[in-house]
Design a protein around this ligand. Structure first.
Ligand code: NAD
Length: 299
């Protein structure tokens, strides 16, 4: 039988990801700082412990899925962190989207304890997490990739090796910068079309058979009523939070600054998502930029 896998962070993404590990027959040992998050997984048979150190004491393969860099630093190196109790030879996979520099620091700290750290952020959202169709972008020592793949294949349709530790984050940050730019572009385009008298469903249909098509127009349309099963049809609840998008755009800006790379649209997208956070959109899905633009124009 399969040996247990630790899972830390059972939020919007971590919860369905851990469920897929259970489905594939892996006993799961999990924790989250917010006890309510653990309820569903506990009912499905996972063992719930108090903190990451306790998880590391029992499982030698651990996946972390946390909001941002400070949470990852805390879960690995904090007083009740993984590295307090980690077993030698453990494989630690962080699927959070964080600063690649922090991933490198965690890898160094893990190595000191005789453990291996890899960054494996994901693309795909809550739907893909539930259906096990995420894309994982993996950075770390190549010899460990096969071991990581065994677990990640239970949760994803694509597992891509990117290079040394931190390169998974680099790929993820680039993707999300383009995603934000595309979502804002789709939102302002749809809004303009509506104001020109076009039916939003018809406009989306035309975009999606034309060169303006993108993921935000054909899979995650931000206009309520255009598509079913997306956050725009549910008052922008669930999905990928505006605050998390603002965080990822900030990470992109940091890395662009460090490498002296011009990213003018990424910079503007960052400002727009930060403004949204300040205006009450922080926990709404990031496609709510459509609603934000409508409010800006007083509608
Ligand atoms: P979330 O806020 O829903 O979940 C994070 C969970 O981590 C929460 O339940 C929180 O209580 C827990 N947590 C925080 N600090 C902790 C600690 N020190 N120890 C234990 N638990 C802790 O976030 P999410 O939407 O699941 O996203 C997780 C990561 O995945 C983020 O980095 C995000 O950018 C990335 N991501 C999200 C999506 C998406 O669509 N939601 C898609 C791709 C990537």
């Amino acid at each position: 039988s399969k040996t247990q896998v630790g899972f830390i962070g059972l939020g919007n993404m971590g919860n369905p990801m851990a469920k897929n590990l259970l489905k594939h027959g892996y006993p799961v040992i999990a924790t989250d700082v917010f006890p309510e998050s653990c309820k569903e997984l506990h009912e499905l048979g996972a063992q719930i412990l108090d903190n990451p150190a306790e998880v590391a004491d029992k499982a030698d393969r651990i996946i972390t899925m946390l909001p941002s860099s400070p949470n990852v630093i805390d879960a690995y190196t904090g007083p009740n962190g993984i590295l307090k109790k980690v077993k030698k030879g453990s494989l630690l996979i962080d699927s959070s989207t964080i600063d690649p520099a922090v991933s490198k620091e965690m890898a160094v700290a893990a190595e000191k304890m005789g453990a291996v750290f890899m960054d494996a952020p994901v693309s795909g959202g809550v739907g893909a997490a539930s259906s096990g169709k995420l894309t994982f972008m993996v950075g770390g020592v190549e010899e460990e990739f096969t071991a990581a793949q065994e677990l990640l294949n239970c949760m994803g349709a694509n597992v891509v090796y990117c290079g040394q530790v931190g390169t998974g984050q680099a790929a993820k940050i680039c993707n999300n910068m383009l995603l934000a730019i595309g979502m804002i572009g789709t939102s302002e385009t749809m809004n303009l079309g509506i104001r020109l008298g076009l039916d939003p469903k018809l406009l989306a249909k035309i975009l999606n058979m034309s060169s303006g098509r993108c993921w935000s127009s054909d899979t995650y349309n931000p206009v309520p009523g255009v598509m079913e099963g997306v956050p725009s049809g549910n008052n922008y609840q669930g999905g990928f939070g505006t605050q998390l998008m603002a965080k990822d755009l900030g990470l992109a800006q940091n890395t662009a600054t460090n490498t002296k790379t011009p990213v003018p649209l990424g910079s503007l997208a960052h400002q727009i998502y930060r403004m949204m956070c300040a205006r009450g959109y922080a926990s709404k899905d990031f496609s709510s930029v459509f609603q934000f633009l409508r409010e800006e124009e007083g509608q």
